[in-house]
Write a protein that binds this ligand. Structure first.
Ligand SMILES: O=C(O)CCC(=O)C(=O)O
Ligand SMILES: [Fe+2]
Length: 384
């Protein structure tokens, strides 16, 4: 069957990318939400979405049938704040950040209304028709992984994941945003920007506190990590992922394996759970989220560097799922783009294993070489 036949009646994102020869190209990527809406028959699953070739032994997604979902470590932020419980919760935090690089937080102080409004805004956006979505949000012509559509597109024939995305820059606020196009906010639903900005503002307080707690958990000065996150110039990007029901979760993948380039990532999920997987040793472990407004924190590559490798950014991916839809809102918190970060170590005797890097240089290289089959982005900052 020809490619065109596979996508008959489909709708497309137009995505620009710079190819291997440095030329700006535009390509059409099928809108996953529309493919799902249209209904695909089992035997006509589009080739570009086939991540797992069933003919290769062992090349299968880990499904919930073969792997019981587990709840990652849960850190109680209220316990971190109470003198009587702080020390023991700090120990649990250090262990979670070292052993998993990912953990849930509860009692974080973000009100249900703030979370609920953010979820409603995200759902409201994806509930719009494709035409309406396109008409009310900007998309970028250059390769910055922002806007509505598909990120990390590098070629006309690369493997595609079963998700549509919307990425916005939430900070620093740019006085010239109307002209330089650095901020993309959908105009519908009407309260979208307000709801997400409220979530961003409140979450930032939680993340700043956690940066102090993470440093304290390694017996470093409380501001050893937070000092890099200068309040006015630190960068926040918000990426909304929508995973429609997938007719062939045995063939497709929700998001390809990656680590996050961020300092910290805060993840809100709703709709289905048991989709995010982290690689623990050799095993893809499916994470189960209790449905109680807990949020997930991921150590990003930049934090791996700042912690001199004490914390490792997890290698993670998302499963495609049958019959259910899932949303996630990933909040990437980075030090200022032009700033230099470097490993913070307790005593002079500790061996330094990461280089100092300029944030923007690290992130540029990350985007340039992703996606990769294994965690190679961090090599940019490793002393070998
Ligand atoms: O949807 C998820 O749970 C993960 C999303 C993610 O890893 C990302 O956007 O970087
Ligand atoms: Fe991620």
């Amino acid at each position: 069957m020809s490619t065109n036949e596979q996508y008959q009646g489909a709708k497309f994102h137009e995505v620009s990318f710079i190819d291997q020869n440095g030329e700006l190209k535009t390509t059409k990527i099928p809108v996953v939400q529309e493919l799902a809406r249209q209904g695909l028959t089992n035997d006509h699953f589009p080739k570009r979405f086939i991540a797992f070739q069933p003919t290769i032994p062992g090349n299968r997604p880990t499904s919930v049938d073969t792997c019981t979902p587990v709840t990652p470590p849960v850190i109680d932020v209220a316990k971190l704040q109470r003198a009587a419980t702080r020390e023991s919760e700090l120990r649990r935090l250090a262990e979670a950040a070292k052993e998993w690089g990912t953990f849930l937080i509860t009692n974080h102080g973000l009100e249900d209304k703030v979370l609920g409004d953010a979820k409603d805004a995200v759902k409201g956006f994806f509930d719009l028709s494709f035409e309406e979505k396109k008409a009310n949000v900007g998309s970028y012509k250059s390769v910055d992984n922002m806007g509505y559509g598909k990120s990390f597109v590098k070629s006309e024939d690369q493997l595609l994941d079963w998700t549509d995305r919307l990425t916005m820059k939430a900070a620093p606020l740019d006085p010239d945003e109307a002209t330089n196009g650095l901020v993309v906010w959908p105009k519908k639903p009407a309260n979208f920007r307000q709801a997400i900005e409220k979530y961003v503002e409140k979450s930032r307080e939680v993340l700043d506190g956690l940066l102090q707690d993470l440093a304290a958990s390694l017996s470093l000065d409380e501001n050893a990590f937070l000092q890099y996150f200068e309040p006015k110039q630190s960068e926040i990007k918000v990426r909304v992922n929508y995973y429609p029901p997938c007719p062939r979760p045995d063939l497709a993948i929700g998001i390809l394996p990656h680590s996050d380039a961020s300092g910290l990532t805060l993840l809100l999920e709703f709709g289905a759970t048991s989709a995010l997987q982290v690689l623990k040793g050799e095993v893809w472990t499916t994470l189960q989220w209790p449905n109680n407004n807990s949020l997930l924190v991921n150590i990003g590559d930049l934090m791996e560097i700042i912690s001199n490798g004490a914390f490792k950014s997890p290698w993670h991916r998302v499963r495609a799922q049958h019959d259910v839809e899932r949303y996630s809102l990933a909040y990437f918190y980075n030090p200022p783009a032009k700033s230099e970060i470097g490993p913070e170590v307790g005593g002079d005797s500790a061996e330094v294993t990461y280089k100092k890097v300029v944030v923007e240089d690290y992130v540029t290289n990350f985007y340039k070489i992703s996606p990769r089959p294994s965690k190679q982005t961090i090599a940019y900052a490793k002393i070998t």
